[in-house]
Design a protein around this ligand. Structure first.
Ligand SMILES: [Zn+2]
Length: 180
């Protein structure tokens, strides 16, 4: 049976498999860093090795790939027709693991912010990142796509974040602190 997915979708799905240091994650890391937040990465001493740990805020940010974590109803959650059951089993195992980690983190009084990769796509990323900022800071930042008035607005920072994340994925050294 031929795999009906385009080469692009397939290679995209495959690229998400490693699940660490993915582009969506780099975007969020870069955004937080530029907005003055400091964090640790993939902490082994916490349930599920959360992607981003903001100790000061007792908050973890999980950046989920829509394919790998089985984002229900999402257009990026496309299971390959080839070995479909194998993929579904694998993704379901991830979802079970996610649920277990969530529970343990909550039991340890961690706040969890989950960001799906599709929420970082064009047209949605600004809202997602401003929402993240609001959740962490407890302040109500607002922004406008058409009128950004000051250089320090979240919107401009978001724009440079996207640029910075692109630079990071093309091979420059990471500036982020590691957990260990
Ligand atoms: Zn999604």
């Amino acid at each position: 049976m031929t795999d009906v997915h385009s080469k692009a979708v397939r290679s995209y799905n495959m690229s998400q498999i490693k699940g660490k240091n993915t582009k969506p994650e780099l975007i969020v890391r870069s955004f937080l860093h530029q907005n003055g937040f400091r964090f640790r990465l993939h902490c082994k001493d916490l349930p599920g090795k959360p992607d981003i740990v903001l100790k000061k805020y007792k908050t973890v940010v999980l950046v989920h790939g829509c394919f790998w974590h089985g984002h229900k109803g999402c257009k990026y959650f496309v299971v390959p027709k080839t070995r479909q059951q194998w993929w579904l089993d694998k993704i379901n195992r991830n979802k079970v693991k996610d649920a277990e980690s969530y529970k343990e983190l909550i039991d340890q009084n961690w706040k969890i912010i989950t960001i799906w990769e599709c929420e970082l796509k064009k047209g949605k990323i600004e809202i997602t990142l401003v929402k993240l900022l609001n959740q962490l800071s407890g302040q109500a930042f607002t922004f406008s796509l058409t009128s950004s008035t000051t250089g320090a607005s979240p919107y401009l920072r978001i724009a440079s974040t996207i640029w910075a994340a692109t630079a990071l994925t093309t091979g420059t050294a990471t500036e982020f602190p590691n957990c260990l």
